[in-house]
Design a protein around this ligand. Structure first.
Ligand SMILES: NC(=O)c1ccc[n+]([C@@H]2O[C@H](COP(=O)([O-])OP(=O)(O)OC[C@H]3O[C@@H](n4cnc5c(N)ncnc54)[C@H](O)[C@@H]3O)[C@@H](O)[C@H]2O)c1
Length: 429
């Protein structure tokens, strides 16, 4: 049945946590350059992808559903460093100066608000541009005020909040995360060991009616308390961890092995990375959060309980090594030991020399635009259809995550079709 979707009128404020980071500045620069006609939004599903309609016509997704136009976006955000987006992008060294200069004035105008930060959650970072808050609850209040002020100052109709900040240390789900009442109590009690800064941003966004997107593997909105809150406030949430490089390859290759009923005995993945993200992940507590996110993929795709002969004993290892000379240009190696007919072994080697933020930027933009669409379509809670963009798709306790990229892609199209009341085309006709 067709859903009522409010039109994308007025301006959309996009508040990025970690607005001075590599992913954030790359996403912002590319968006500003695209709307000026200086660049093409390569890699963006919302801007370039088409889908087949019931009558077999191929249409651009942005012509199928009412997405916010890039020219109606206003960027802002928070960072622990005070540099404006131009200075931060120069520091990140992802994009060339000539590409930044095309939108220099717009980038210079983006000045981060002081961050909600706690050194214990990212020990490799020492920022100076930080809020003073006596409790986590006070942190939330200040962030809510920031969102309101930004909305008024920039005459925004709506706001979306995107976490593109550093990965926080790993914490397991605890009782304080299991209900909204318990979460709010822990914030008021200033329980800083279970309430992370990212949870404060998420709570503030949801409380202000803004969709929240978690681009890192942080626990944050992946808790019953936040599911409850987002449903109560009718706000969509999504995450977690942008699916940009190595995991993207994994979620394409693994379904191929399974579809062909080929066995896998081992999968060794290693990376070298030299940007600030790599530096933060060099701390074992922060790496643990990323490791859990990266490891979850294979088991759910292979379903070893259903296919013990093929996937009952897969040795899976993931490594990330901080190696400064490479900066944002990550190099990833995968060695995959597979076996075929009568158990004969074979090996596959993948060497992906990728640009981390170049891959993550369009994902971040698409997550923002689709989350804003979901809000206007009255969808709230976890947006499972956005799993396509996430390394570690969020899911509640009753559902399994979907990791297969092609199934995830079908979920995107099916959701968009449902929104406008279209049926799937008959591919055999
Ligand atoms: N680049 C990718 O391909 C990719 C893929 C998946 C996930 N991610 C995740 O996205 C995030 C951003 O990656 P990046 O390469 O841009 O990292 P980055 O280190 O360049 O940027 C992170 C920014 O966040 C800021 N920051 C840290 N804590 C903050 C806080 N509490 N409040 C406000 N700002 C804060 C830092 O100062 C920095 O400017 C990381 O968590 C990373 O793991 C990146």
């Amino acid at each position: 049945m067709k859903q009522e979707i409010k039109p994308a009128t007025g301006r959309l404020g996009v508040l990025v946590v970690g607005v001075g980071g590599a992913v954030a500045t790359t996403m912002i620069t590319g968006t500003l350059a695209s709307r000026k006609g200086l660049a093409k939004p390569i890699g963006s599903i919302s801007q370039l992808a088409t889908m087949r309609m019931e009558n077999n016509e191929e249409k651009l997704i942005k012509d199928v559903v009412p997405l916010t136009d890039l020219k109606d976006i206003v960027f802002g955000g928070w960072d622990i460093f005070p540099d404006n987006a131009y200075e931060a992008a120069m520091y990140a060294e992802v994009l060339k100066e000539k590409d930044l200069n095309g939108v220099k004035e717009e980038l210079e105008a983006i000045k981060p608000m002081p961050a909600a930060f706690d050194h214990n959650w990212a020990k490799r970072l020492n920022g100076t541009h930080i809020k003073k808050a006596a409790t986590r609850w006070e942190m939330v209040k200040q962030l809510r005020q920031d969102i309101r002020d930004f909305k008024v100052a920039n005459k925004c109709d709506r706001v979306a909040v995107l976490w593109a900040a550093s990965t926080e240390i790993y914490i397991p789900l605890s009782d304080e995360h299991k209900s909204l009442a318990a979460l709010e109590k822990a914030m008021k009690d200033n329980n800083t060991t279970v309430i992370s800064p990212s949870m404060c941003y998420a709570y503030a966004a949801i409380a202000e009616g803004a969709p929240f997107i978690m681009g890192a593997p942080n626990l944050c909105v992946d808790t019953p308390a936040m599911w409850e809150f987002s449903k109560k406030m009718n706000v969509p949430i999504s995450g977690k961890d942008f699916k940009s490089g190595q995991t993207l390859m994994k979620t394409v290759l693994a379904p191929m092995f399974k579809t062909r009923m080929l066995g896998v005995s081992g999968w060794f993945s290693t990376n070298i990375l030299g940007n600030r993200d790599g530096e933060v992940l060099d701390d074992p507590d922060n790496f643990k959060t990323k490791e859990v996110s990266k490891l979850s993929v294979i088991d759910t795709i292979f379903e070893p309980e259903k296919y013990p002969d093929l996937y009952g004993d897969v040795y899976h290892k993931v490594r990330i090594n901080y190696y400064p000379p490479r900066k944002d240009n990550k190099e990833a190696w995968d060695n995959i030991d597979i076996f075929g007919w009568m158990g004969y072994p074979m090996e596959i080697k993948v060497n992906f020399l990728c640009r981390d933020s170049i891959l993550a930027a369009p994902i971040a933009l698409d997550l923002v635009l689709f989350s804003d669409l979901a809000l206007r379509a009255g969808m709230c809670g976890i947006q499972t259809w956005l799993s396509f963009f996430c390394k570690s798709p969020m899911h509640d306790f009753e559902h399994q995550p979907e990791h297969d990229l092609f199934t995830q892609w079908r979920m995107v199209k099916q959701t968009l079709r449902n929104m406008i009341g279209e049926k799937e085309p008959d591919y055999l006709a």
